[in-house]
Design a protein around this ligand. Structure first.
Ligand code: PRP
Length: 179
């Protein structure tokens, strides 16, 4: 099934390269501990980190707030390894999308509880119109409208993560009616 493209592969490439330059020069004396929020941010994190000086690796936290389909549970489930080396560190959280902001807010407070000294957040996408809590975003790849997006790591029911671009998810019926 074809979904309308929101952000094409070349546009993603260019923006991620720009972000890598900004992030790569932001912490000259203090290499951050990189923490990627799985599952959705893996693709963005891989592409960002391979463009950063020294091609650093990252640690992972699993966070999930969406149930089946496109509806958020509104409750963030976190699975964070106890050995995450964030104590007294500068942490760079890598997200694919900040929507309501609940996941990011939960992650900030969890990392603070684990002893992180300072936390910065980079997200590929932000949907400001959906924000329910105020969260600090240090780098945003793209602000997008209130559409459910898939591809480039993002899914609906585990599907479409492998798309090379960001697309707008439409239910099959809506696609037929709209075509
Ligand atoms: C997505 C995304 C963010 C979160 C943002 O994760 O990766 O972590 O939703 O939503 P919020 O700002 O409304 O909290 P999801 O729950 O879909 O899990 P996944 O990354 O494993 O697909």
């Amino acid at each position: 099934m074809q979904f309308p493209t929101l952000i094409a592969r070349e546009v993603l490439n260019r923006r991620i390269a720009e972000l890598a330059v900004e992030v790569g020069t932001a912490f000259p004396d203090r290499p951050p501990c990189l923490v990627t929020v799985l599952e959705g941010a893996r693709r963005f994190a891989d592409e960002l980190c391979r463009r950063l000086p020294g091609k650093p690796g990252y640690h992972s936290i699993c966070a999930s707030s969406y149930g089946p389909g496109t509806v958020s549970f509104g409750k963030v489930e976190l699975l964070a390894p106890d050995e995450l080396p964030v104590r007294n560190r500068l942490v760079l959280l890598i997200e694919d999308i900040v929507d309501t902001g609940h996941t990011a807010q939960r992650l900030y407070s969890h990392l603070e509880d684990m002893g992180a000294e300072e936390i910065r957040l980079i997200t590929l996408l932000s949907k400001p119109s959906r924000r329910e809590v105020d969260v600090k975003l240090d780098w945003v790849g793209f602000e997008i409208p209130n559409e459910f997006v898939i591809g480039f790591g993002m899914d609906v029911d585990g599907k479409y993560r492998e798309l090379d671009h960001v697309a707008v998810y439409k239910e099959r019926n809506a696609m037929v009616e709209g075509s």
